[in-house]
Each structure stands twice: as C-alpha cells, then as structure tokens.
Design a binder for this molecule. Structure first.
Ligand code: NAP
Length: 285
C-alpha cells in the first residue's frame, strides 16, 4: 500500500515557515509582504479561491488588497489598475484570478504585470526564464508538486517521469521543472497513442488532465509515485481526482489524495512566491 502524501500537512508546514519568516522580515524591513488580487465578475469557484488566498495572507501576516470588478469591466481598466499596482511599493505580488470574462484577453492582462510581481508565474518573462533556470516566480501548482516530492524525500534525478496533460498552467511548466531536476520527462495529451504503455514507464506519474479517474491501476507501474493534480466535480458529486485512487493506491509507492494532496500546495506556494518578492528574491541565483 502506498504512502499517502499529506499535502494538507505540508502546506500547513509551509504556511508556518512563511509566517515566522514574515515576523522577522517585518521587524527588519518595517513593512509586510503585500499581495493584491484582482477578481473580475462573480465566478463562484473564483470567489472561493480568492477568499482562501486572502485568508492565507492574513494568517501569514501579509498586507492584502482585493480589487473586485464587475463582469463588464473593460480590459483597459484592468490594465490601468495593474500599472498602478506595479508602482505601489506595498504590493509585492499581483494575481489576476482566472478565468477572466470572455471579452478580456488573459494574455494581454498578464503581460502588464511587472514580472517581479507576477506571483502566479504566468508572465512570458517568467515562463521563458523557467527554461533558462532563472525565473522570478514559478507557477504555483507545478512548484507545489516539486515541493511535495522534495519534502517526502522522493528523488527526481534520473527518474522516468510521465505527465498526463500539457497545459500552460500545469503540464508544460512541470515538465521543465522536472527536466531541470534531471528527470527524463514525457508529456502526454489527447493525441498520445497507447497512453497506458507510456504511463506504465513512469517511476513518477503525474495526472493533470482534468478527467475524473482517467488513470486506473492497469496504467500504473508497480511502485510508481503517483501525483494527482486533477480536481473534477462530477455533477452534484464530490471532488475526485484524475486517478482512480482506490485501485491505484495498493500498486503505488506514494500517492496524493484528492482532496488534500496537490490542492493545498498551490495556495501555499503563492505565499512563498509573494514572500520571495518582498525579500528581493534571496534564492535567485
Ligand atoms: P487543461 O488546460 O484542460 O489541460 C488538460 C490537459 O490534459 C490537456 O493537455 C489535454 O490534452 C490533456 N488531456 C485531457 N484529457 C486527456 C486524456 N483522456 N488523455 C490524455 N490527455 C488528456 O487543464 P489544467 O488547467 O492543466 O488542469 C488539469 C487538472 O488539474 C484539472 O482537473 C484542474 O482542475 C486541475 N488543477 C488543479 C490545481 C490544483 O491546485 N490542485 C491547479 C490547476 C489545475 P490536449 O492538450 O490534447 O487537449
């Protein structure tokens, strides 16, 4: 039976670490790390996510500001707000909650964020520099996956890693992070032929497809580390991942549950990114 990777606990550990660093930082710098969140419209899931992020900020001792804008806000207004936030010294991180309403181009908006304040790691500057190893910020969900592996002492170097899903948000940046850590990485998607053959090669298998229980036991190599990024809510049902947990867990060496695996890590890594920005990127080599 696999070791269950407790993302909830690791995320709490990270929040505690951030909180104690913030206390020292505030004493020395005389300011708190600051996060600004821009929320456009009334997407119920986004409202919940933003509330959670603000609670995290308050608990960690951050300064936070939420800019709530009506659904019909035009792109120019959002750009103006971002430009003001770029100059605001109390704000070290700016997050535009996605998805945005259909009339707004998310790329146009995100490109306006100062890359040093782009705590979601989605600005092309940070995405580009992920390739060269020197981004200001790494995208929170894939960074959270790497953090889970590290904190459980799971080696990455030389491992065969397979990711199911090639989105800009999760699959692609995670592939680069794993390659940087010397894994051999395969990215799969809907046109991948013989998906079970590919996933069966994985010593580290990451499911990020957004398809409930896509990964069954027959697709998993015995002893694999299985990380489930998926969050699917079948109509009226409870949250399920991309992995058929009950049948895969006995075959894996480590596995993340849903909920309580990768999900809490995304929020924790946002705090880490914002703190790093406030501290002037002490770990940036
Ligand atoms: P996305 O943009 O919809 O991308 C899904 C990817 O999976 C695509 O590359 C798609 O292939 C691939 N895919 C879909 N069905 C597949 C199948 N049957 N076989 C092989 N590949 C398949 O999704 P995302 O934003 O990356 O999110 C993925 C999942 O992670 C979702 O459930 C999302 O809710 C969850 N998520 C969780 C967190 C968290 O904090 N835990 C954060 C972000 C996302 P194509 O490219 O060929 O279409």
């Amino acid at each position: 039976m696999a070791v269950i990777i407790d993302g909830k606990k690791i995320a709490q550990d990270i929040r505690d670490e951030v909180k104690s660093t913030v206390a020292v930082f505030k004493k020395n710098a005389g300011i708190a790390p600051g996060l600004a969140v821009i929320l456009v419209g009334h997407n119920p899931a986004s409202e919940i996510y933003v509330r959670g992020k603000i609670t995290d900020c308050e608990e960690a001792g951050f300064f936070s500001r939420t800019e709530r804008l009506p659904e019909d806000t035009d792109e120019k207004k959002i750009v103006r707000i971002i430009k003001t936030m770029n100059k605001d010294e109390r704000i070290h991180g700016i997050l535009v909650q996605l998805p945005l309403p259909a009339h707004i181009n998310p790329e146009t908006v995100i490109e306006q964020i100062d890359p040093r304040k782009d705590v979601d790691g989605l600005h092309p500057y940070n995405v580009g520099h992920l390739f060269t190893g020197r981004p200001y910020h790494r995208s929170c969900t894939p960074a959270g996956v790497i953090e889970l592996l590290d904190r459980y002492g799971i080696g990455i170097e030389g491992k065969e890693a397979v990711i199911v899903g090639r989105s800009n948000l999760v699959g692609k940046p995670l592939a680069i992070m794993l390659v940087s850590r010397h894994a051999t990485v395969t990215l799969c998607h809907t046109r991948t032929k013989n998906l079970p053959d590919v996933t069966n090669r994985a010593e580290i298998l990451i499911a990020a497809a957004g398809r409930a229980e896509l990964i069954n036991a027959a697709m998993v190599r015995a002893g694999a580390v299985v990380i489930d990024v998926g969050m699917n809510r079948p109509a009226g049902g409870k949250l399920v991942g991309d992995v058929a947990y009950a049948e895969v867990a006995p075959k894996a060496s480590y596995i993340t549950p849903v909920p309580g695996g990768v999900g809490p890590m995304t929020r924790a890594m946002l705090l880490v990114n914002t703190l790093n920005a406030a501290m002037g990127f002490p770990d940036r080599t």
